[in-house]
Design a binder for this molecule. Structure first.
Ligand code: CUA
Length: 353
């Protein structure tokens, strides 16, 4: 008989698996720690289907082991062929009916949730106060437009808690996929149609991630696919309304000489693609809107939000995010210009301190 796998191999296999799976448990990024109704429904489907699968595997394995042990040919047994059972109605009905029942148990909630999750009829109503966000995925950054308020932002998505947020999803150059693991499954952003879905965030649970969730691009889209992150900031409706008001009313004034110098440089070169301020929305879509750049949680979606990292990004965007569209779009900046731009950009804030 074949020797059993030595114990140490099994132990190391399980340790590696445990280590690997431990990485999946962060509350800001975990499907298994749902933050709202959509994620709850999807998690219950994951658990239900896993339970059914485990049940099938366990039952089949038990029967298999039992049969192998019980009916094996023992030493000294005569070589006999046991009685052959073919066309047993009882057995055939059993192994047809059981899977049908299991599939029904799985199908009923799946179909019901699928229709529920696809219900975006609220978006088509003439008079609806449902919050709609237009998401456009670009080559390695995310644009978020709040059409009813005339506000455009990027990289950090602001959403109110305890209400459904409806999304129109599309992409500008290539296909991406919009995914906030804690809030619900992903949906593709395509270049030739608009996909729609909704998510929500439960105020009692957003605290698990300190109101800051991670979003991901979940469709291979190019060299910087893995770096195409965004953040989701959740807040009560009053705070969200306040944020919208701040975004709309922002008349930014550079408050130091250095920031003023930065503003001048910005207005000479960066403004061709980027925009700052609520009425600079005409250029939306070419490059991220920077109205509230100073409030962001990350530089370029991935680096810690610090002046040093902004400097690094401005000096060599290619190194931070390969194949991004900012590379080579402006001439070399000297240190003085970089310092001024950093000071100016970091001062672009609308959140109250
Ligand atoms: Cu965008 Cu992957």
């Amino acid at each position: 008989m074949k020797k059993w796998l030595p114990n140490w191999r099994i132990v190391s296999l399980f340790s590696v698996m445990a280590l690997f799976l431990a990485g999946c448990g962060k509350p800001f990024l975990s499907t298994l720690q749902p933050v709202g109704e959509v994620a709850d429904m999807q998690k219950s489907l994951i658990l239900l289907s896993s339970a059914i699968m485990i049940l099938v595997v366990v039952v089949v394995s038990i029967i298999f082991v039992y049969v192998v042990v019980k009916f094996r040919q023992r030493k000294g047994d005569k070589e006999i062929i046991p009685k052959q059972v073919e066309g047993s109605h009882k057995l055939e009905i059993t192994w047809t009916v059981i899977p049908i029942l299991l599939l029904l148990i799985l199908a009923v909630p799946t179909v019901s949730y699928t229709f529920n999750l696809a219900d975006v009829s609220e978006m088509d109503k003439e008079e609806s106060d449902a919050l709609v966000v237009n998401v456009t995925a670009h080559l390695y950054w995310w644009e978020f437009e709040y059409p009813e308020y005339g506000v455009v932002t990027s990289q950090d998505l602001y959403v109110p808690t305890d209400e459904n947020v409806y999304f129109n999803l599309e992409a500008s150059q290539v296909k991406h996929s919009f995914w906030i693991p804690s809030a619900g499954g992903k949906m593709d952003t395509n270049t030739d149609n608009v996909n729609r879905f909704w998510l929500n965030f439960d105020s009692e649970r957003v605290g698990q991630a300190e109101n800051l969730f991670h979003g991901k691009c979940a469709e291979l889209c190019g060299p910087s696919h893995a770096l195409m992150d965004f953040k989701v900031k959740t807040m009560p409706r009053e705070d969200f309304d306040q944020w919208i008001e701040n975004m709309q009313g922002k008349e930014h004034a550079a408050d130091t000489d250095l920031a003023q110098a930065g503003e001048e440089i910005f207005n000479q070169s960066c403004i061709t693609c980027h925009a700052v301020g609520a009425d600079a929305q005409a250029d939306a879509g070419v490059a991220p809107n920077l109205t509230n750049f100073g409030d962001r949680t990350k530089i370029a979606g991935i680096l810690d939000h610090s002046p040093a990292n902004l400097e690094k990004w401005l000096k060599n965007p290619e190194e931070v995010k390969p194949a991004n569209l900012m590379t080579n779009t402006y001439g070399n900046l000297n240190q003085e210009e970089v310092d001024a731009l950093v000071e100016y950009l970091m001062s672009l804030k609308v959140d109250e301190e």
